[in-house]
Write a protein of this length. Structure first.
Length: 120
């Protein structure tokens, strides 16, 4: 499936729309790996808007705020914000609480553990 992402970079007034390719399942059947791919895709879309023509760089799932909001025409959207700007993806036909739970798990799994000393 393809996901549309609207990106607005800080200091600009125009939004650009980018596409995330290759999400394996439809939103109602998403698993944590699909949510990770969407979040990473949103970060890549922001980087691509800021640095057009550059090769895709590794996206770390930290350093940004996120929220899941209902969309007026149905479904929910994912919005992320960071110093670079903001990105909004969706709407998705998935339960808001379920999506929030998946994002929380994905974000927690990406956070370095102080007890293990690992850095992801």
């Amino acid at each position: 499936m393809q996901v549309q992402v609207d990106v607005c970079l800080r200091g600009t007034t125009d939004a650009v729309t980018q596409t995330i390719e290759g999400i394996a399942r439809e939103p109602g059947a998403w698993v944590d790996a699909d949510v990770r791919a969407v979040l990473e895709g949103m970060l890549h879309a922001m980087d691509s808007a800021k640095n057009p023509g550059q090769a895709k760089r590794v996206a770390g799932l930290r350093g940004f705020s996120w929220i899941v909001n209902p969309y007026e025409e149905g479904g929910v959207i994912i919005a992320i914000e960071m110093t670079l700007g903001a990105a909004v993806a969706g709407p998705f036909a998935i339960d808001k609480a379920r999506l929030e739970g998946m994002i929380e798990r994905v974000m927690a799994a990406a956070t370095p553990s102080a007890s293990t000393g690992r850095v992801h």
